[in-house]
Design a protein around this ligand. Structure first.
Ligand code: IPM
Ligand code: MG
Length: 404
């Protein structure tokens, strides 16, 4: 049977260490192939070895369109080396697997990975044996050890009117969802019989401890020197045993190492309500995998479009994976109208959190704001208000590049 669990086991048994790119990871002429002298070969190798290698995983639906634009953006910033690979449905079509070992290895050996989106109706199935595009994404998360998913939500000034909330409710909203990404119900044992199905939700103390620390550190970083760091831990401790462990561990980490951070615990149903009633209450929200999936979509919509929210998935070591939060939007794929901005903002996170290039990241973010300030809107953002012009992927991407 080919359950999500089985497909994830491709990643297990492989080295848990993350290796940085080595010479052999770079495709370059070998001495014996008659394409160059040993000296030329050495020059090519050292030049390639110094270049920052980014694996591009366009995936399905609108993924290829938006990742192509992000590649152009990156090309205008530096001479990065790109390695484009298949993941998701397109990989299933090609190889029968949503993620192959080769692609996972390429990702582990890169400096950073940029992903578009995976999935589409073509591969939707309730058959437990059918391969699913999402296994590609889950396999990357598990296989690269990406336990921390950061999803910042900050409505851009130009888009306040696109928010479904009134401007006075949205005012001052600037939050970060820190989602645990490699545990919980997503990765617990699964079982299907003719008449029942089961998904286990398991968390260990160590898994909660490390993501809690990611949350506390993020709260401190965002507060800066003068501010008061604030962390909201979201759980369902009135019902779930995993949530009671979660709450206990988060509290213990706070007492031991983060007494300066204001910590509150909130039940997930209340958090869902507070996010729309009083979004500016939140600064950093730390939560488990499934709650984080749901709450981050809700939080993303505060910005007026799911098409605006970037994300970073990071591990203890090794390259991070950066991707827009929106899905593959198969209904608009290939029409040239997809909003590339969440991918551009994910590219900014790749530059800052993945490559330590904060200045370049800030340039990209400013350029995105400038393109929006000029009035350009892809259909998902277009409200018809004065000064707005509806445009496609290529036009808004060109505007961002011009503003860079
Ligand atoms: C996300 C997505 C994924 C998830 C899907 C595609 C498996 O919804 O990144 O939020 O549930 O984690
Ligand atoms: Mg989701």
């Amino acid at each position: 049977m080919n359950s999500a669990f089985d497909s994830l086991s491709v990643c297990e048994g492989q080295s848990p260490r993350f290796e940085r790119p080595t010479l052999t990871a770079v495709s370059a002429p070998v001495q014996s192939n008659g394409r160059g002298s040993t000296l030329e070969y050495a020059a090519v190798m050292s030049e390639s070895a110094n270049r920052t290698r980014i694996v591009l995983l366009p995936g399905d639906g609108i993924g290829p369109e938006i990742v192509a634009e992000a590649r152009r953006l990156l090309e205008s910033i530096d001479a990065f080396e790109f390695d484009q690979r298949l993941v998701g449905g397109i990989s299933i079509d090609e190889s029968g697997l949503a993620l192959t070992d080769e692609v996972l290895d390429a990702c582990r050996g890169a400096d950073a990975v940029l992903l578009g989106a995976v999935g589409g109706p073509k591969w939707d199935s309730t058959d437990p044996g059918a391969p699913r595009p999402e296994q590609g994404l889950l396999g990357l998360r598990k296989g690269m050890g990406l336990y921390a998913n950061l999803r910042p939500v900050k409505p851009l000034k130009a888009l306040i009117d696109a928010s479904p909330l009134r401007p006075e409710v949205i005012a001052g909203t600037d939050l970060l969802v820190v989602r645990e990404l490699t545990g919980g119900i997503y990765f617990g044992a699964k079982e299907r019989t003719a008449d029942s199905a089961r998904d286990d939700c398991v968390y260990t103390r160590a898994e909660v401890d490390r993501i809690a620390r990611t949350g506390f550190e993020a709260a401190r970083r965002r507060a800066g020197e003068a501010g008061k760091p604030h962390l909201t831990s979201v759980d369902k401790a009135n019902v779930l045993e995993t949530s009671r462990l979660w709450r206990e561990v988060v509290s213990a980490v706070a007492t031991a190492d983060y007494p300066d951070v204001e910590l509150d615990h909130m039940l997930v149903d209340n958090a869902a309500m507070q996010l729309v009633a009083n979004p500016s209450h939140f600064d950093v929200v730390v939560t488990e995998n499934m709650f984080g999936d749901i709450l981050s979509d809700e939080a993303a919509m505060l910005t007026g479009s799911l098409g605006m929210l970037p994300s970073a998935s990071l591990g203890a070591d090794g390259p991070g994976l950066f991707e827009p939060v929106h899905g593959s939007a198969p209904d608009i794929a290939g029409q040239g109208v997809a909003n590339p901005l969440a991918t551009f903002l994910s590219t900014a996170m790749l530059l800052r959190d993945g490559l330590g290039r904060g200045e370049d990241a800030a340039r990209v973010e400013t350029a995105v704001e400038a393109a929006l300030a000029s009035g350009m809107r892809t259909p998902d953002l277009f409200t018809g208000a004065e000064g707005e012009q509806e445009c496609g992927t290529a036009e808004i991407s060109a505007a961002v590049l011009a503003a860079l």
